[in-house]
Design a protein around this ligand. Sequence first.
Ligand SMILES: Nc1ncnc2c1ncn2[C@@H]1O[C@H](COP(=O)(O)OP(=O)(O)OP(=O)(O)O)[C@@H](O)[C@H]1O
Length: 963
Amino acid sequence: MESRKSVHKLAETIHSFVGLKSHLTSSWVKSVSNIIKSLPYGISYFETRDSSEKRDGDTDISSVILKIKGELATLTAYINQLNTQRSQVLNDLLDLKGNIRVFCRIRPIITGENFGRFRLLSALDSSNVLLKFADNNKSKTYSFDKVFSPDSTQDEVFSEVEPVIKSVLDGYNACIFAFGQTGTGKTFTMEGTQHFPGVVPRAIEALFKQAVDSNRAFLFSFSMMEIYLGNLKDLLVPHPTKPTDCMPPCLSIRTDLKGEVEIENLVAAQVSDLKQAMKLYRLGCRFRSTAPTNSNITSSRSHCLIRLSITCHDAPERRRETNKIWLIDLGGSERVLKTMARGRRLEEGKAINLSLSALGDVIYALQKKKGHVPYRNSKLTQVLKDSLGDDSKTLMLVHISPKEDDLCETICSLNFATRARKIHLGIADSTEERKQKEIAMTNLQQKMKMIEDERQDVRRNIKKLLVELENLSRTAPASNEQLDASNLFIEINHNLERTSNEITDVTAASTLRVPRFMRPTVCSRGKSGINHQTTDDKAKFTARWRRPLFRRAESVSFPVKSTSAYNSDCSTSRTSCLVDLNVESGADKGTRYIEEKSEYDVKKVVFPEQETSPKSSVSGCLVNDEGCGNRKINSCSSTKYLKVDSWLRLHKKEPATSSNTHGNKRVLSIPAPRKKQNCGGQKKDNFEDTKDHYNEITAKNNANHEKLEKCADVKGTGMSIQETVIHNPPTLLEDLVSREDFISRDSRRDLKCALDDIGEIIIHTKSSLDGLSVVENKSGSSSPTNIWCSTFNFNQDDNRVNKLFEMQEKTEGIEYSNYFLADKSKRSQHSLPDLAYRMLDVRREDSGLAISISEQKSYCSHVASEIGMEDVLEEDLDTLDQCSALGPKPSILEMRSQRTLFMDNAHPDEIFTKLVKSKESTRNSGIYHLLKERIQNLWGAALLGLGLQSLGLEHEFFHGLMI
Ligand SMILES: Nc1ncnc2c1ncn2[C@@H]1O[C@H](COP(=O)(O)OP(=O)(O)OP(=O)(O)O)[C@@H](O)[C@H]1O
């Protein structure tokens, strides 16, 4: 017995020594082993005994675990009950307060800001704004659910917003939007700054926090888009910067049978914590369209919409299984007269105002409980259709400015907001009723607080029990009960504290895990290629973006170096202000983008012959059309937009596309905003637009300057003409315009624009001679590359001219090749005088001037000397005589009156004044000479148009006028 006892103790002794391993020698272990081996019962005894002891211990642990499990079950049931109660109370409270709540925030006057005079606009108390009319001492009070004075903090604002966030977790759709005049602080409220984060980051944080606090597992997904010029644009999709980049699929709005709105093709990224959501948010902010205006240096030129979708299965207390919250920074309403917006800024302002007015109409109709709510009047209201109605929570944050100049807009905003609020809350109720309402609200708030406190206690208890359970399962993990406990622990803990996963997937995530309204439809799968995807999520996403190129005008953007000026026509994407979030996107860092024409501009530009061309390899789509269903997509798949085509032609490396697109007929259409060319002001705008278009292309060219310079030297490259034309650098012009010493920055810009205009004239003439059917687009669709091309050929040596001929032979279907090269059939007959004659022909047709033989000869001499072919001049002059003997080639331009020609092609004043600055310094350069010639012709045309022709003056007279 003694020995047995000692053996029993030995086991314990060995066990107690486990922590002192360092003192155990091998001899000690050996001796202990020998003792054990010599025991009569052998090891089986220990095994048996150990098992029986263990069984006793297990029984204890199991009973403890069972007890804990029981407690946990009770507490879980209780917390669920509390959750339901809380939802109910919150809902009652919000119902009393109104589904549409209106807050008002007064913008502060920032130190150092030139604010001019300001009105006595003050927060009378927490729910009233007092507006004093200084002139007659009159004042008016406006009531809101909450008024934030100028010195209110972001914290204060969010504390009032938070209840809406809570109801989102209860399954309600919600919509929080900042409304107001431009520059009044909407973006500040919604986005905030690095040190003062706004509603969006706080709301996302609160959602995650409350999800953790609730005893449920939630699935969040994040989307971000903007409505720019009336079109939806996904902000999470990288913007194509090269023509070869894939275009993102078009977004279209769909409504399912239950009335839930779905935005097809909108990226929805699953996020599991604040950090991930904020990364996406920052990423989206970079692509937002902003631009400086007279009112705000960082004015949002679009409505920015952030959607957080929340899915929670097996939560009957929730209103819906999947719901969403929209956080919206609306574009600021603006008065055109005040902002002095022009061109693109004007269009943006108009689009913003229109959609705001549509939103106002919808809210008004909802409040009035009208039978018809005009959701379809704007994209904004269509998107928000299921988040603005009765069954959702809406919070409008109206922003006003205390500035004297903004009085009209302030009154408009205040009236709009108070009207919406009054109608809904029935402020016309008697005082008695209002008091009762207030009492009820106070009671509900108290009840809410009690429930919240209770929930906190229960949560604490649950956590404590879970820790115990975990410890128990660690000490004895083998038994079934313990395994159960361990699973329970994991399950509950998972519900309480969802830890981070990677941002696993974007829209192509497993459809089982993604909310129904985010799942791709048959149509979108067909469009995006998801049908062909593998089970691997990443592969799915890749497959989607690798589908055949889908080109649209909307998203073409050009990197640009310079900062746009006020009222300039470039929209730029901005860099995040919350830099601490460290969103990595090397390509975007410090990059500013210019928006290319959106569908708003180009949707009206259709190539009729391509609509019927099923073989077209480039597809476009009327993106903003809600009904962009299968049928429509088919029809629009063969629709082409000049803007894209023209742009692609400059940059693309797909000759097939070019030929398919245009065939033998090039039809250039005029983008919608440029139709009214005849009015003076509009003309100026067009010119500005052209300049901007030109600058965009120039910026692009500058960015690739080195590459372009290499391409300019075509010697022996074997490069096709198309490539030459595409990459051909505006060497001379660039030299000209980059010479800081004699041309100021502005005049350089102007010069470029003037050259752009002249480039268009060349196209026009060339096209008419080529017998192409040209609906001329003289306001920017054509490219300055044309003039580069011509210039290039004039200024090369004879080898280069020959090279170009050779290359032309290799290339078919080039549209922007040089005039001479275009006439391929007669290439072998080209002699120097022929070339010169053709040039004169161009000039003649351009200007309408009759050109004498002597002039032709002198011009031949000039061309010969320019390209170093004087030696062949003599023998070829005879050919010139023959050519001229045939008489001038009839031209459609001749049929026009000279005055019309002048008006159509160029504005001599503009060109002259812009070019004359650089006249002295560029006197001897080839490009200058050509330009001079052209200006002379234009002047000549002008004078002829004025009737001076009848005076019988020689061409030399007009020539002399120019010198
Ligand atoms: N409450 C505020 N506290 C401090 N600065 C503010 C506040 N409100 C606005 N600002 C500042 O005013 C400027 C304009 O604000 P913001 O860009 O938010 O206006 P907005 O209404 O979004 O304009 P837009 O409609 O043109 O985009 C910003 O520099 C912003 O930092």
